[in-house]
Design a protein around this ligand. Structure first.
Ligand code: FNR
Length: 198
């Protein structure tokens, strides 16, 4: 049953490949969302590379349709959930590109004061910790409210998903629920300020 009063999260995965652990993680998180929390996933595949000539907020435009859809989805969401691979110690370009489209106009963008949780999975041991740290830095620039704990950083991803990319780690399933509940509480504590800071 659709719960229209649910805390509405929009989730985006920073990997486009079909066998992606981060897409599988986002899917698992959507399925594990506890009562009163809903997660809609937004597919970043159609979002083109950022081009200021197409950016309505900086005298360009019109926005490509996928960018208009992306911005509308984020504006309407109570909070965001970003699952990112770690590429070269940073977040994926796919995710960074989406953030760039969402970041304008500075100080009044859809990301301004938006509560956000991060999660990620990598094949290596680091579990995307370095990528998430860079992502946090990017989201400082957008004045977003990034949840601090619990973190979801899954190293050796193959050990936590089965061959059908289903999450099989019970501890992780519990931590995911904890993170989603924490995001809702975090959001309640960080209601947007009516006037922007100077
Ligand atoms: C990687 N990978 C990787 N892993 C890691 O732990 N730290 C890193 O810095 C990188 N760098 C990196 C760069 C590039 C270009 C690729 C293609 C891969 C491995 C990466 O974590 C692994 O491929 C994940 O499975 C990618 O996420 P998805 O696609 O499974 O969601």
């Amino acid at each position: 049953m659709l719960d229209s009063d649910a805390f509405a999260i929009v989730g985006m995965a920073g990997s486009l490949r079909s066998g992606s652990f981060n897409r599988a993680l986002l899917q698992a998180m959507a399925e594990l969302a506890p009562d009163g929390i809903s997660i809609d996933t937004f597919d970043l595949s159609p979002v083109p590379l950022y081009n200021a000539d197409l950016d309505e907020s900086v005298d360009g435009g019109p926005y490509p349709d996928a960018v208009r859809d992306l911005r509308a989805a984020v504006e309407q969401a109570d909070a965001l959930l970003l699952t990112t691979p770690e590429y070269n110690w940073g977040p994926s370009g796919v995710l960074k590109n989406a953030i760039d489209w969402l970041s304008r106009p500075a100080g009044a963008s859809p990301l301004n004061q938006k509560p956000i949780a991060l999660a990620g999975a990598s094949k290596g041991m680091s579990g995307t910790g370095r990528g998430q740290l860079q992502l946090r830095q990017n989201l400082l620039a957008t004045n977003s409210y990034v949840l601090q704990r619990p973190v979801i950083q899954i190293g050796n991803a193959k050990d936590h998903f089965d061959e059908h990319l289903r999450l099989v780690d019970e501890d992780l399933r519990t931590r995911i629920c904890d993170q989603l509940i924490a995001l809702r509480e975090w959001s309640r504590r960080h209601q947007p300020m009516s006037a922007p800071l100077p």
